[in-house]
Design a protein around this ligand. Structure first.
Ligand SMILES: Nc1ncnc2c1ncn2[C@@H]1O[C@H](COP(=O)(O)OP(=O)(O)OP(=O)(O)O)[C@@H](O)[C@H]1O
Ligand SMILES: [Mg+2]
Length: 264
């Protein structure tokens, strides 16, 4: 049965999709069978996976009950497009609307080791579905003013999902993302997050670099696009596997990390 992790944040543009794509790659390179789910009608994750825009079926058809999730897997991802926004509206009027993704993923979860769900920037029904379908949540937080409050808001949503719908949901960690650690500001944000959330904050910080948008544009994971820039995500992969207590892939991930030269 796959371990399922939702990647979310309180607001847009904090690097969720990049985390999902890169972690999917890091975990795959550690020997795990990974399925990624694009739960955002923007379809950025699908693009990052190089899935053609007209791919069919997508998550929209799955949530509408027209197609099976296993039939919607294209090269390791269940893609999404704007049709997913329509599916979300349709879901809203249904009984058990929060459980739809969880139920749909039952079969694929038997076939994979890990399922990663890239959430939309809104904390709406799609994101609630992602949280109900997940064992863990990773919170991506950009290094900027008020990111601490943003993290608190997202934590509240995780808490609500846990209390009302999914008692098994746990926070895997909070990730400081797109950070320029040369600035006082980013360092202060990290300190603040650690004061508020303690050990839940990942030691790994994903630093700001132009290679991420470039790799997304090329539709290639960072490991393939510019291997030596994969250090931060290789380090995150190690931390994630460590927190999950998965020894075998962890050993593999540590070797992967050791093979990449740390940035100067
Ligand atoms: N570490 C990074 N350094 C610099 N740019 C980054 C980094 N990570 C992601 N980006 C870029 O920042 C933008 C937003 O990232 P991404 O799409 O991953 O965020 P998101 O949280 O999924 O956004 P949305 O909320 O719109 O779904 C993209 O152009 C992406 O390529
Ligand atoms: Mg995104």
């Amino acid at each position: 049965m796959a371990i399922t992790i939702a990647i979310l944040s309180q607001k847009g543009g904090t690097g969720k999709t990049t985390v999902t794509r890169s972690l999917a790659e890091g975990l795959t390179r550690s020997g795990m069978k990974v399925l990624a789910i694009d739960a955002d009608p923007q379809g950025n994750l699908s693009e990052y996976f190089g899935v053609p825009a007209d791919a069919f079926p997508t998550l929209g058809e799955v949530l509408a009950g027209q197609e099976k999730a296993v039939d919607a897997i294209h090269d390791g991802v269940i893609p999404a497009n704007l049709g997913l926004a329509e599916a979300e509206l349709m879901l809203a009027g249904k009984i058990g609307r929060e459980l739809t993704l969880r139920n749909a993923l039952r079969e694929p979860k038997r076939r994979y080791d890990v399922v990663l769900i890239d959430c939309a920037p809104t904390l709406g029904l799609l994101t609630v579905n992602a949280l109900v379908a997940s064992d863990w949540a990773i919170l991506s937080s950009e290094a900027e003013h008020f990111s601490e409050q943003g993290a608190e808001g997202a934590m509240e949503v995780i808490g609500l999902a846990r209390e009302n719908l999914n008692p098994d949901l746990e926070l895997l960690g909070i990730l400081l993302n797109i950070a320029d650690m040369r600035t006082n500001h980013a360092r202060a944000t990290l300190t603040m997050l650690k004061e508020s959330f303690g050990d839940k904050v990942f030691d790994t910080v994903i630093k700001r670099s132009i290679v991420y948008p470039e790799s997304a544009r090329a539709g290639k994971p960072i490991y393939e696009f510019r291997k030596r820039k994969a250090y931060d995500y290789a380090s995150l992969t190690v931390e994630v596997l460590n927190r999950l207590g998965l020894e075998e892939p962890l050993a593999e991930a540590e070797q992967q990390l050791a093979a990449i030269k740390p940035p100067a």
